[in-house]
Write a protein that binds this ligand. Structure first.
Ligand code: F6P
Length: 366
């Protein structure tokens, strides 16, 4: 019997539960045993009761829940070689030879490193007398599949990350609500949205909720952006617009690399236009709550594909990221996705926007 393990790691996102549920049930249906690892990569390091064999009933009733029922953590221990050696020990002693990691770019980078170190980690455990040589020989490879669970939609290898759609819905509900109070008072609102260095949520949120101006990292505002923004907003007032809304991506910087905060934008609007302006930081409300139909669907098809792929391939096969492109499930080498995602972030940080957009291609993540 093949034995697999599944975990969620990094910032939670809606739809992670759908992915876990589908991964577990697809594995069980194929006759495999599957362990759930609690508290993310930290649970892999700590082992014990945090790694438990799951039944179909264990993942019942979680499809519609936000967050992650398995729990998650940003693990410092897993960043150390000693931590990863303990994690390897915990998997080998249970006979696990395939791992599904559902997390963001940081978690998948860590998991990819773990997979590459795996044979050496087992050698170290044998040398330290903590693992029988036969056990190491039986489990000399670890299969790995990564699914991207993140609200940021910032990873190469999938058109959409699990949880981005739900966060977008939270954002447009909030912006719609703000529009009504803004309109009543003829006020201006500056709304900060999450996304790290990715402007997907801000851009799509502004489009779907009808914001009047948006600032995103992929298009760092050029010198004079304040004049452009003020012209757009005052033009709207002149034609009778009662509410003005500016969306600011949390990671936006200007062409010189200086961060632009929602409070900076408010100051500009108050000083130059004399607008009655309020700042709203949406914060973690964007990460919480029940997943949209799309994220339930996405988590389900990707969770199913993850364990199906692991069970169909040798544990020594190259680790893959399973995502969607053009509504089809696709697999891509995990390491290439991790590296391409990093290089886009580096290029954005260096402000070479034309190159960043070329790397990103026609969509945000492919
Ligand atoms: O990566 C998801 C995300 O929600 C980002 O959009 C945000 O910058 C960050 O995580 C917040 O992290 P934390 O929950 O640790 O404060």
């Amino acid at each position: 019997t093949r034995k697999l393990a599944v975990l969620t790691s990094g910032g939670d996102s809606a739809g992670m539960n759908a992915a876990v549920r589908a991964a577990v049930r697809a594995a069980l249906a194929a006759g495999a045993e599957v362990f759930g690892v609690r508290e993310g990569l930290q649970g892999l390091v700590d082992g014990g009761e945090l790694i438990q064999s799951l039944t179909s009933a264990d993942v019942s009733g979680i499809l519609q829940l936000g967050g992650t029922d398995l729990g998650t953590a940003r693990s410092d221990d897993f960043r150390t070689r000693d931590g990863r050696r303990r994690a390897a020990h915990n998997l080998v002693e249970r006979g696990v030879d395939g791992l599904v990691v559902i997390g963001g770019d940081g978690s998948l980078t860590g998991a990819d490193l773990f997979r590459r170190e795996w044979p050496a980690l087992l050698d170290e455990l044998v040398a330290a007398g903590e693992l029988a040589p036969e056990a190491a020989a039986d489990h000399h490879e670890l299969g790995l599949v990564g699914l991207v669970g993140s609200i940021d939609n910032d990873m190469v290898g999938t058109d959409m990350t699990i949880g981005a759609d739900t966060a977008l819905h939270r954002i447009i509900e909030a912006v719609d609500a703000i529009q009504s109070t803004a309109s009543s008072h003829q006020r201006t609102f500056v709304i900060e949205v999450m996304g790290r260095r990715c402007g997907y949520l801000a851009l799509m949120g502004s489009l779907a909720a009808g914001a009047n101006f948006v600032l995103i990292p992929e298009n760092p505002p050029a010198d004079g952006w304040e004049d452009t923004m003020c012209d757009v907003l005052s033009g709207g007032r002149k034609i009778g617009r009662r509410a003005s809304v500016v969306l600011v991506a949390e990671g936006v910087v200007d062409r010189h690399g200086n961060p632009i905060t929602a409070h900076d934008v408010r100051t500009v609007l108050e000083e130059r236009l004399g607008e009655d302006t309020r700042v709203t930081t949406l914060g973690h409300v964007q990460r919480g709550g029940s997943p949209t139909a799309f994220d339930r669907y996405l988590g389900t098809v990707l969770g199913h594909a993850a364990t199906t792929h692991l069970l169909a391939t040798d544990p020594g096969a190259e680790p893959q990221l399973v995502g969607i492109r053009g509504h089809r499930v696709v697999t891509s080498p995990l390491m290439e996705c991790v590296e391409a995602t990093r290089s886009i972030a580096d290029v954005i940080s260096s402000n070479d926007i034309d190159r960043a957009m070329a790397l990103r291609g026609s969509s945000f993540t492919s």
